[in-house]
Design a protein around this ligand. Structure first.
Ligand code: ZN
Length: 331
């Protein structure tokens, strides 16, 4: 990772923790969010993610683009990412098996990333710390009573219904049923988001006016895009990223057949904001890693264009045509 030599680590960590404290304080009174202002925005986008950083990796350019063009963008993150790895040696003590303070740290990283993307409305499902990161599938952390994997589906979904009925998003973005790559919190985030969309529209459920989300999307990495990225990496001498898989061989299950992809959002103009947001997560992303080292063209193909699969609602583009915007057909 890169860090400016004249900026001692302590200062950076303090700054991140100060950001975290500000966010955690805001969490105390979510009702202070001025919902009338939200409803003044004609386009409202809700994204549901598992851990701080998932939103930036998957949807950073889309989020920045919509925030910059007048949409109200709301991010709901389901856990603090307490069980993540820590890639910065000096911060290794934050890890779950040591101080167990990575969650607070990642709250601060998230706040910094959202500043970079221009997103002001970011919350944690049920408030920060309500559900804990479950860790990778099969670990003992999956069994903790307070982890998100163990959350009661309707209880967690009801927390999200509150946000849906307040924000009234036309568009909801989350993961596919496998959570993209099988992490329990990603799978659970998918289940909670889909259930919340259903419950929010049901007048018999809970408080508040029902709201029907018009379009639901799952994040997607098209096979052809992954192959292109892999070829770029291998050509640049990187033989190990993505488990060293062959660009022309079988792909991991997170790659989605191109004909299932309905929508490609070109956020190349906001690639700088996305990369700045990625740099806000030094504990999670190695800044000297292959993605940052990729040549400009390959980098913007990988990070600047984000792909989606419309799974509920009307496709805005003509039959067989890719949508270029999540709100296609709604305005
Ligand atoms: Zn994640």
């Amino acid at each position: 990772m890169t860090m400016t030599p004249d900026e001692p680590l302590g200062t950076i960590e303090e700054a991140v923790l100060a950001e975290a404290a500000a966010v955690l304080e805001d969490q105390v009174a979510p009702e202070q969010v001025a919902s009338m202002d939200v409803l003044d925005s004609p386009r409202r986008l809700l994204l549901v993610h598992a851990h701080p950083d998932d939103e930036t990796i998957g949807n950073g350019a889309t989020m920045a683009r919509h925030a910059a063009t007048g949409a109200h963008v709301t991010l709901v993150t389901c856990t603090l990412g307490e069980e993540g790895e820590v890639l910065v040696p000096e911060l290794a003590h934050l890890a779950a098996d040591r101080d167990d303070t990575l969650g607070q740290h990642r709250v601060g990283e998230l706040a910094t990333a959202m500043e970079a993307l221009g997103v002001t409305d970011h919350r944690f499902l049920g408030g920060a710390g309500r559900w804990r990161d479950s860790g990778m599938m099969g670990l003992v952390s999956n069994d903790r009573a307070d982890c998100f994997w163990q959350a009661d589906l309707d209880e967690a979904a009801t927390e999200l219904v509150r946000v849906v009925r307040e924000i009234r998003p036309q568009v909801l973005v989350t993961y596919d049923p496998d959570g993209g790559y099988g992490h329990p919190d990603h799978i659970q985030a998918h289940r909670v988001a889909m259930r919340a969309a259903e419950l929010a529209a049901d007048p018999a459920h809970g408080d508040g006016d029902p709201w029907q989300v018009a379009k639901v999307y799952w994040n997607a990495i098209p096979e052809s895009v992954l192959r292109t990225v892999l070829r770029g990496l291998r050509a640049s001498g990187d033989q190990t990223s993505f488990g060293g898989i062959d660009p022309d061989g079988p792909l991991p299950s997170f790659a989605v057949a191109d004909d299932l992809v309905t929508t490609s959002v070109d956020g190349a103009e906001y690639l700088g904001a996305k990369l700045a947001a990625m740099r806000a997560y030094p504990t999670q992303m190695a800044l000297d890693g292959p993605f940052f080292a990729m040549s400009d063209d390959a980098g913007s193909a990988m990070w600047g264009v984000e792909h989606y699969r419309l799974v509920a609602g009307e496709r805005g583009a003509g039959p067989g045509q890719l949508e270029s915007d999540l709100f296609d057909g709604l305005d």
